[in-house]
Design a protein around this ligand. Structure first.
Ligand code: F6P
Length: 322
C-alpha cells in the first residue's frame, strides 16, 4: 500500500480534526502518501482531492469542525454517483480509505463495497453516540459537556424564577445525549426516543415534586415520538397551568467547539489504528474503543443496531432527582 485517502462525512463532530491529524501522521510514519477528500462522498464524486502533509494537519487537534468539510451526499446513494467516485479513487491511485463519520457514512461504505474493491476502514464520528462497536463516538463527550454547560446556566435562571424548563438536545434517533447530559445536570426527567414517553407519568411527577423544588429541568431528545420540546411543553402547560414554563432548543451549538480531552485522545487512537488496520489488511470495519481497547466492528454490525440505553442509568436519574 502506497497511497490512502481520508474523508469526513455526515454531521461534523468535535474531534474529527484530531482524527484526521492522526491518520495523516500515522500514514506518513509508514511512508504512505495521503490525500484528503473534501466534502465527504460528494467530493469523491466531484474529484475534490487534496494532498495532505504533516504540516497541513498542524495546529488542528484542538479545533472543532473538520478541515476537510463534510456533507450528506445524495448522489452517493446512486449507482452512477458511486461509479464516478470509484473512477476518481482509481485515478488518484488510492489503495485504502479512512472514512470518518456516522451510520450514513458506513451504510454508504457497505453499498460501495459491492462494486469497489478498495478497502475502507471507518472511525465513528458523530455526536449522537448511536453506533455499536465503540463505547463513545468522536464528539459525544464534547457535545454532552456543551449541553451540561448550557443547562447549568439555564438552571441558574430557572431557580431564580421557580420555572419549569424543557430543554431540547440533539439526537434524531438516539437519546444518549439526553441521558448522560441529563444525569450530569441533575435533570428532573429525560424524554427520549428509545423509551415510550408517558406524559401522564411526567405530569404526576411534576405535581408531586412541585413544593420540594423550585426549578425543574426536563431534557428532551429531539427525536422523541411525543414531539419536540415545544410540543411536549404545550401539553404539560395545559395540565399544569401554575407552572411558569419555558422552552430552550440548544441546536447546533452541540456540534461545535473545541473537542474535550477525551475526544482528542479517543479520536487520535482511532485515526492511528485505522491506518494500521488498513496496513494489516483489514477492511469494511469500524474502529472503536471498548473497555479502553481498540476494536474492529464490521460496518454492517456497527449500523444495524442502536446502542441500547442502560436502564439502570435512567432509573438512577429519576431516583437522584427526587
Ligand atoms: O447526527 C448528528 C446530528 O447532530 C443529529 O443529532 C441531528 O439530528 C442532526 O445531526 C442534524 O443534522 P443537520 O446538521 O444536517 O441539521
Amino acid at each position: 500500500m502506497k497511497k490512502i485517502a481520508v474523508l469526513t462525512s455526515g454531521g461534523d463532530s468535535p474531534g474529527m480534526n484530531a482524527c484526521i491529524r492522526a491518520v495523516v501522521r500515522t500514514a506518513i510514519y509508514h511512508d504512505l502518501e495521503v490525500m484528503g477528500i473534501m466534502h465527504g462522498y460528494d467530493g469523491m464524486i466531484r474529484n475534490e482531492f487534496i494532498p495532505l502533509g504533516a504540516k497541513s494537519v498542524a495546529n488542528i487537534i484542538q479545533r472543532g469542525g473538520t478541515i476537510l468539510k463534510t456533507a450528506r451526499s445524495k448522489e452517493f446513494l446512486t449507482l452512477e454517483g458511486r461509479k464516478k467516485a470509484l473512477d476518481n479513487l482509481i485515478k488518484h491511485g488510492i489503495e485504502g480509505v479512512v472514512a470518518i463519520g456516522g451510520d450514513g457514512t458506513f451504510k454508504g461504505a457497505v453499498e460501495f463495497s459491492k462494486t469497489c474493491i478498495i478497502p475502507f476502514v471507518g472511525c465513528p464520528g458523530t455526536i449522537d453516540n448511536d453506533l455499536i462497536g465503540t463505547d463513545f463516538t468522536i464528539g459525544y463527550d464534547t457535545a454532552i459537556n456543551t449541553v451540561v454547560e448550557a443547562v447549568d446556566k439555564i438552571r441558574d435562571t430557572a431557580e431564580s424564577h421557580d420555572r419549569l424548563f424543557f430543554v431540547e438536545v440533539m439526537g434524531r434517533d438516539a437519546g444518549l445525549i439526553a441521558l448522560r447530559s441529563g444525569i450530569g445536570v441533575g435533570a428532573e426527567s429525560i424524554i427520549m426516543p428509545e423509551t415510550k414517553t408517558d406524559l401522564e407519568d411526567l405530569i404526576k411527577r411534576l405535581e408531586g415534586g412541585r413544593k420540594s423544588k423550585s426549578s425543574k429541568i426536563i431534557i428532551v431528545a429531539e427525536g422523541d415520538e411525543a414531539g419536540g420540546a415545544f410540543t411536549i411543553a404545550e401539553q404539560v402547560k395545559k395540565r399544569l397551568p401554575d407552572y411558569d414554563t419555558r422552552v430552550t432548543i440548544l441546536g447546533h451549538i452541540q456540534r461545535g467547539g473545541n473537542p474535550s480531552a477525551m475526544d482528542r485522545v479517543n479520536s487520535s487512537r482511532m485515526g492511528f489504528s485505522a491506518v494500521e488496520a488498513l496496513l494489516a489488511g483489514r477492511q469494511g470495519v469500524m474502529i472503536g474503543v471498548v473497555d479502553k481497547k481498540i476494536t474492529y466492528t464490521p460496518f454492517a454490525n456497527a449500523v444495524k443496531h442502536r446502542q441500547g440505553l442502560d436502564p439502570d442509568l435512567r432509573r438512577m436519574l429519576e431516583i437522584l432527582s427526587l
